[in-house]
Design a protein around this ligand. Structure first.
Ligand code: ATP
Ligand code: SF4
Length: 328
């Protein structure tokens, strides 16, 4: 599959009164056409900041400090706001923002709100053409076209989330970023939305970046997984390998913390301690203060991202002996 997106050593920081928050600190990865990449990590690990960086939408006081984001060969970190708007957002990459379904404007019908996207980003399209496309979009996400004439408060949570996904697809982007697309939904609707994303990926060859703290959601959909901790990518590789044989103690801890429905439940497992303050991260491995396997050197030297024999990347000193090479 052809490479669509290449991110190289991306650093996105926030200047705050407390100091510089290194929210994304040297992340590199690629995304191929039709690939579903799941990004997981605890709250505050930098997932949303990474997503906003890909759209050039990091809110102040944030900024891309360093690195490159190549989309179809163009470095979007070097683009002006006008260029990003004209060439990238909605047309190449669009995003289903966290909580977007609750941000639909209550005073306009669903159709009017989707029409706005076309008015701003495709002003050359005629009214009839736009409305045909709105009906087509709603049907493509499993909604009846009559939904276009209803107000958000008349829809269920699952229907609203489908509307938001339809909006993200309006200008036929190559990549959709979905930030916690199922968090506020009950499990049945959650499964329906995941199935919808799966179908869209298959039928339209869409690439999806799925951001969530829920590894179960990623297991449903993603073929590649990135685990983030304290602004860093700590493990990256094919989902089946990462889920069955994790190579980083943090991934292992996240997997153990997934609640089980079957079998005896003694107590809920959680990861003790807190992620570090990103204005003053510890000098060695960022996970060392919470890692049950930490060695003395972990507290002093930051592990590089080791490339392993099976193609995976893992930033843990324990992988040193089976590493092919050390990157980043
Ligand atoms: P969540 O799952 O809770 O959305 P996340 O993994 O997406 O978390 P981010 O929201 O990207 O993480 O936050 C990464 C870090 O950047 C956190 O330490 C957060 O406090 C900080 N941060 C995010 N937005 C801002 C901001 N506008 N100003 C200052 N710091 C910020
Ligand atoms: Fe744990 Fe050390 Fe590996 Fe960090 S480098 S995850 S502290 S074993």
């Amino acid at each position: 599959m052809a490479e669509l997106l290449r991110v190289e050593n991306l650093k996105t920081y926030y200047n705050t009164l407390r100091g510089i928050v290194r929210a994304v600190d040297g992340v590199s990865f690629t995304l191929r056409k039709g690939e579903v990449l799941g990004i997981a990590g605890e709250s505050g690990s930098g997932k949303s900041t990474l997503a906003w960086s890909l759209l050039g939408l990091v809110p102040p006081p944030g900024y891309v400090k360093e690195g490159h984001i190549y989309l179809d060969g163009m470095d979007i970190t070097r683009m002006s706001e006008a260029e990003l708007r004209k060439k990238v957002r909605w047309k190449k990459i669009s995003m289903v923002f966290q909580g977007a379904m609750n941000a639909l404007t209550p005073v306009y019908t669903v159709g009017r709100q989707i029409e706005e996207v076309f008015k701003i980003h495709a002003p050359h399209m005629g009214k009839q053409e736009v409305w045909n496309r709105i009906y087509e979009l709603l049907e493509s996400v499993g909604l009846h076209r009559s939904i276009a004439h209803r107000y958000p408060h008349e829809l269920s949570g699952g229907q609203k989330q489908r509307v938001v996904i339809a909006m993200a697809l309006a200008l036929e982007p190559d990549i959709v970023i979905a930030d916690e697309p199922t968090t506020a939904l009950d499990v049945v609707v959650q499964a329906q939305i995941l199935n919808l994303l799966k179908r869209l990926q298959r039928e339209k060859g869409l690439s999806i970046i799925l951001i969530t703290h829920d590894l179960g959601v990623i297991a449903e959909l993603a073929e590649t997984v990135m685990i983030m901790y304290a602004g860093k990518m700590v493990e990256y590789g094919p989902a089946d390998l990462v889920f069955t044989r994790p190579k980083h103690p943090y991934t292992e801890a996240l997997l153990k913390a997934i609640p089980r429905l079957r079998g005896p439940v003694d107590k809920l497992i959680y990861i003790p301690g807190q992620p570090p303050d990103l204005t003053r991260p510890p000098p060695g491995c960022k996970f060392a203060p919470r890692c049950p396997l930490a060695m003395d050197e972990c507290h002093e030297k930051e592990p590089p991202l080791f490339k392993l024999v099976d193609g995976r990347l893992s930033a843990c000193w324990l992988n040193r002996n089976e590493a092919l090479e050390a990157g980043g």
